[in-house]
Design a protein around this ligand. Structure first.
Ligand SMILES: O=C(O)c1ccccc1N[C@@H]1O[C@H](COP(=O)(O)O)[C@@H](O)[C@H]1O
Length: 216
């Protein structure tokens, strides 16, 4: 099980020392976690993810290039066509040896119509399931993960939305259930903060230890 820590702002280098698989940077200006600084040096094995919400493709590509992003997380209502166009544009301006993964987010309230995924199957690399809330993301609430029992795809997905230290037992149960078959990564954000964008290193350490014990 991979781990993504999102909403990097004030202490990304400290979080990077914990060696998560992914670090997320929010490029949606209204967010309290909006990242506008210089990218610190991050070990190359940690993938840098840019999080965008219904924005111009030029802006996305500019950030990809400026910060050498490895993946983009599309956290709005981006269409499958938008995802395809982004991938094509990226391929046309980047050396083919570099990759850009597209993570398309879908927000879940009580139930979810998985038929919507059909259009995205060919044009993104991962899905991410978050909780529907007032904001596009970072709401800090979990959704009922049993919805994923009906997940119809083989595509790996990130499990997100309000995951915190108190979620460990639920995670353990979920990850040993058939519903988690294609769960590729756990994504954490606001539940590990003492202020927006300032991650609690001690809490993350505790979480990583627990996640590792579930993984083994
Ligand atoms: O965190 C934000 O401010 C944010 C703003 C706009 C889009 C996405 C955002 N965060 C993403 O939301 C999920 C869930 O976060 P949480 O655990 O509920 O706080 C996470 O993937 C973040 O990348």
């Amino acid at each position: 099980m991979k781990l993504k820590v999102c909403g990097m702002n004030h202490n990304p280098s400290k979080v990077a020392q914990l060696r998560p698989d992914y670090l997320g940077f929010i490029f949606w200006e209204p967010s309290a976690r909006y990242f506008s600084g210089d990218m610190p040096k991050i070990p190359s094995q940690i993938k840098k993810v840019g999080v965008f919400v219904d924005t111009d493709q030029e802006y996305v590509l500019e950030k990809v290039s400026q910060h050498q992003l490895d993946a983009i997380q599309l956290h709005g209502k981006e269409s499958a066509k938008y995802c395809q166009q982004l991938k094509n544009s990226f391929l046309s301006f980047r050396a083919p040896s570099r990759n850009l993964d597209i993570i398309k987010v879908f927000s879940i309230k009580d139930d979810f119509d998985f038929s919507i995924l059909k259009d995205y199957e060919e044009v993104c690399d991962f899905y991410l399931f978050d909780t529907k809330g007032k904001l596009p993301g970072g709401n800090g609430y979990t959704f009922d993960w049993s919805v994923l029992e009906k997940y119809p795809s083989q595509k790996p997905y990130f499990l997100s939305g309000g995951i915190g230290l108190e979620s460990i037992q639920d995670l353990q149960e979920f990850l040993s259930s058939p519903a988690s078959k294609n769960c590729y990564a756990v994504d954490v954000n606001s539940k590990f903060e003492s202020a927006p964008g300032l991650k609690s290193i001690e809490d993350l350490k505790t979480f990583i230890e627990s996640l590792n014990s579930i993984r083994n």
